[in-house]
Ligand binder design. Structure first.
Ligand SMILES: [Zn+2]
Ligand SMILES: [Zn+2]
Ligand SMILES: [Zn+2]
Length: 150
């Protein structure tokens, strides 16, 4: 048996809000920590497989959806039709800006004015929640594209 790094149980508990502590579940949660920015399920699968090539894409899908339910992961947008996920450690209501070049994530304050939002509801509707997805370039990608004359 390989020795488990200490804290693997805490990681499972945090990522999946408890449940079964299997090797694939742990590998997927650890891969999230190595992803470093926003990722699709396919990208996360490649990261998981660097450590354990036997983990299937279906397993990663199930893990990501469990981590979304527990609130460990947030959906921050789409890339080429696939959902983009990120480990969000921010507190309270906020939104995310995704760098379309490198996938870096920034937490942003909510740009939605509650009164404007309420006033925009169609007759008879009440708006109870919203989702804002912001895309752009991070500082270093913006600097790179400026240097390239773009
Ligand atoms: Zn966040
Ligand atoms: Zn970037
Ligand atoms: Zn908001």
């Amino acid at each position: 048996m390989t020795s488990r790094p200490s804290g693997s149980h805490e990681l499972i508990a945090r990522a999946y809000a408890g449940g079964r502590a299997s090797a694939p579940r742990l590998a997927v949660a650890q891969a999230v920590g190595r992803a470093g920015g926003a990722f699709t399920v396919d990208e996360l699968t490649s990261i998981v497989r660097e450590q354990d090539p036997r983990v299937s894409t279906a397993t990663v899908y199930r893990c990501v959806s469990a981590m979304a339910c527990s609130g460990y992961l947030s959906r921050v947008g789409d890339r080429d039709g696939a959902a983009l996920w990120v480990r969000c450690e921010g507190d309270g209501h906020h939104h995310h800006l995704v760098c379309t070049s490198c996938g870096a994530i920034a937490h942003t304050a909510c740009p939605v004015d509650a009164e404007v939002l309420a006033a925009s509801a169609p007759e008879g509707f009440t708006i109870t929640s919203h989702d804002v997805r912001l895309y752009g370039l991070c500082f270093s990608c913006a600097a790179r594209s400026e240097k390239a004359g773009g």
